[in-house]
Design a protein around this ligand. Structure first.
Ligand SMILES: Cc1cc2nc3c(=O)[nH]c(=O)nc-3n(C[C@H](O)[C@H](O)[C@H](O)COP(=O)(O)OP(=O)(O)OC[C@H]3O[C@@H](n4cnc5c(N)ncnc54)[C@H](O)[C@@H]3O)c2cc1C
Length: 586
């Protein structure tokens, strides 16, 4: 198993485990630390980046201009940022996922559009070449990407296929002489398109299977300078304005066969793998971005006086900071543990990166809105950074998998194993005499799960109650999953009200565990709980909020208003209006 790949078929997964009532502590403890040499590297990179950024990156100006100046792009390349996680043998720095994500967080703190530029290049643009390219492809393309000579972009979305990426219509037809493919189609919303020197493009290749014509999604490395590659106009967006977003069309573009990435038909898996790791950077950028805007609001809350006292002394304002502090604590812990899983290899981290992206993106948007509220009228003015933060952070909930799609992914992937067990059981009951073994072991396992609630053994005793409530939630989740599968069977695929509840519970359980792991580490580092009070408070507040949400979500699997909600939505969709007529309507 190569590192940087999530492999659900072979590798253990913390989040899949909780759907079975299992707590794989070994995957989330101990809390990860950078080894000393990497720590030094990180300090040096952050120092150089901060010094450069404070002199060069004016986020309000980027927002106004809607474009990076040449100094910004050249500076990123000179600092070595464009090759940070490209392997050393291809001219990059070869950063670990943990180091890369931490730097990503710093870029996110500096400017969201710059973070998208950085991420679209390395997290998704050339990541496919790093993960799946041949040595020759890596030498040809990655070396140029590492220096920033060629900026990379990722071309998956099309006018008719966004979330449903498999419905793409772009085609790559092999030429009769076997030397190249002919690429035709249009991709939209492509970040970095206008700066790009190379694209990772997904297209359907016609093949014959059992004598029948089929189309197979395949990945290609496409030279942005090739004849037939055309860029659309720059999209006018709500935020991340300096990020260059455009459509890219391919008209009979000749793509040499040696630029096919992976096997014919392997493209969809490649796209998913790229996005699995790409989401980690987005999570780090979002949670660090949330901290930056809250820090600004904090200073304002200390200075601004109303009713004769600083507004920060009012509890309604304090509550916003306290909740956000605990959420940032857990969000950071979540992506750090997840990055360590990526570095360790042999762990399936696909659901954790999705969980981190969903939580951190919503946190960043909420935090920006809260910071804006703390700033009052100033928060609405373009002279201050709050409104830009609200606009910039909004995109994080939409790209690299919308949060709805990622919630469905978490829930349906989590349901897979329990569903298979139940299917086995269904089969066994059809022929019970011959299947006594299967029934016996299933019932044995189930009884064991019902009797033996999982327990944490590695959480510090100071957080015993919190550990107990998370373990209880894991147990309750597994029992709820089993009931749900018995009631709905495979129709659960259509039950998105439930999927959302399961996904939210899984996200909260993963992040609570991450917060407990982090606080346990902090207590050990400090020497005693009394010396790690801030960590303990953050973990306690987060776990208590998250577990309250989880209990409510699991209860709602049985007692809910789903049927009524559905008929309200369907009525509105049918009539085209959300409201019923009121007596004052003319
Ligand atoms: C600024 C920006 C930059 C981008 N950069 C890139 C890039 O570099 N490369 C690239 O390939 N793409 C990029 N995208 C595209 C982005 O990934 C897509 O917009 C996103 O995947 C959603 O696709 P869509 O816009 O077609 O929305 P749709 O898929 O049409 O979705 C519309 C809504 O329906 C919901 N929905 C859809 N299906 C379901 C379902 N089964 N269950 C529940 N809800 C559902 C969605 O969650 C969403 O809320 C970018 C987009 C933007 C706005």
């Amino acid at each position: 198993m190569t590192t940087h790949l999530a492999d659900p078929d072979h590798n253990p997964s913390f989040t899949r485990g909780i759907f079975l009532g299992e707590l794989r502590e070994d995957l989330v403890f101990p809390f990860p630390e950078l080894p000393p040499a990497q720590r030094e590297d990180l300090d040096a990179i952050l120092d150089a980046f901060r010094t450069w950024a404070s002199a060069t990156v004016d986020t309000a100006r980027l927002d106004r201009d809607g474009r990076f100046g040449d100094d910004v792009r050249a500076g990123m390349a000179e600092l070595g940022m464009m090759g940070l996680n490209i392997p050393e043998e291809y001219g990059g720095f070869g950063a670990s996922a943990l180091l890369f994500s931490r730097v990503f967080g710093e870029v996110g703190t500096t400017d969201a559009a710059l973070a998208v530029y950085f991420g679209a290049h390395q997290s998704i643009g050339c990541k496919g070449i790093t993960l799946f390219g041949t040595d020759e492809q890596k030498r040809r393309w990655l070396t140029q990407c590492a220096t920033g000579e060629r900026v990379a972009a990722f071309c998956l979305t099309e006018p008719g296929s966004g979330s449903d990426a498999q419905a793409m219509r772009t085609t790559a037809v092999p030429a009769a002489d076997g030397t190249h493919y002919v690429l035709n189609g249009e991709k939209i919303w492509i970040s970095n398109a206008g700066y790009a020197g190379v694209f990772t493009v997904f297209a359907k290749v016609p093949v014959e299977v059992d004598g029948k014509p089929k189309q197979r999604v395949t990945a290609f490395i496409v030279d942005a300078r090739a004849p037939g590659v055309k860029l659309g106009k720059i999209e006018e967006k709500m935020g991340i304005k300096a990020s260059d977003t455009r459509s890219v069309s391919f008209e009979n573009v000749r793509v040499p066969v040696e630029d096919r990435l992976g096997e014919v038909g392997g493209g969809f898996r490649i796209a998913l793998e790229i996005l699995n790791s790409g989401r980690l950077g987005l999570a780090a950028g979002s949670s660090r971005g949330a901290r930056r805007i809250l820090d600004l609001a904090l200073s304002y809350a200390k200075e601004r006086k109303q009713f004769g006292r600083p507004i920060g002394s009012f509890e309604m304002i304090q509550r916003k900071f306290a909740v956000a502090a605990a959420e940032c604590y857990a969000a950071d812990a979540g992506w750090m543990i997840c990055a360590a899983m990526v570095d360790r290899g042999g762990v399936d981290f696909s659901l954790e990166t999705a969980a981190c992206k969903v939580f951190a993106s919503e946190l960043a948007f909420r935090a920006s809105c809260d910071a804006q509220q703390v700033a009052g009228g100033l928060g609405y003015s373009k002279e201050y950074p709050y409104e830009q933060a609200v606009r910039d952070s909004r995109i994080m909930l939409i790209f690299e998998g919308t949060n709805e799609i990622l919630r469905a992914l978490i829930a349906l992937s989590g349901l897979q194993q329990p569903g298979e067990q139940l299917k086995e059981l269904g089969r066994a009951f059809r022929d019970p005499l011959r299947s006594l073994g299967a029934i016996g072991s299933y019932i044995g396992g189930r009884v064991k799960r019902q009797l033996a609630k999982p327990e944490f053994s590695r959480v510090h005793a100071a957080l015993k109650d919190e550990a107990e409530s998370v373990a209880q939630a894991v147990h309750d989740l597994a029992l709820a999953v089993e009931k749900l599968l018995v009631v709905h069977g495979k129709d659960v695929i259509e039950r998105q009200f439930h999927q959302e509840r399961l996904a939210n519970s899984a996200i909260d359980i993963y992040l609570s565990t991450a917060a407990l792991s982090r606080a346990t580490w902090a207590i050990a580092k400090a020497g005693s709980p009394e010396l790690a009070v801030a960590d303990i408070d953050n973990a306690r507040i987060f776990v208590s909020m998250a577990m309250r949400r989880t209990r409510r979500a699991l209860r709602a699997l049985e007692r809910n208003q789903d049927a009524r909600l559905k008929s309200l939505a369907e009525r509105a969709l049918e009539t085209g209006s959300l409201t019923v007529e009121t007596p004052t309507d003319a």
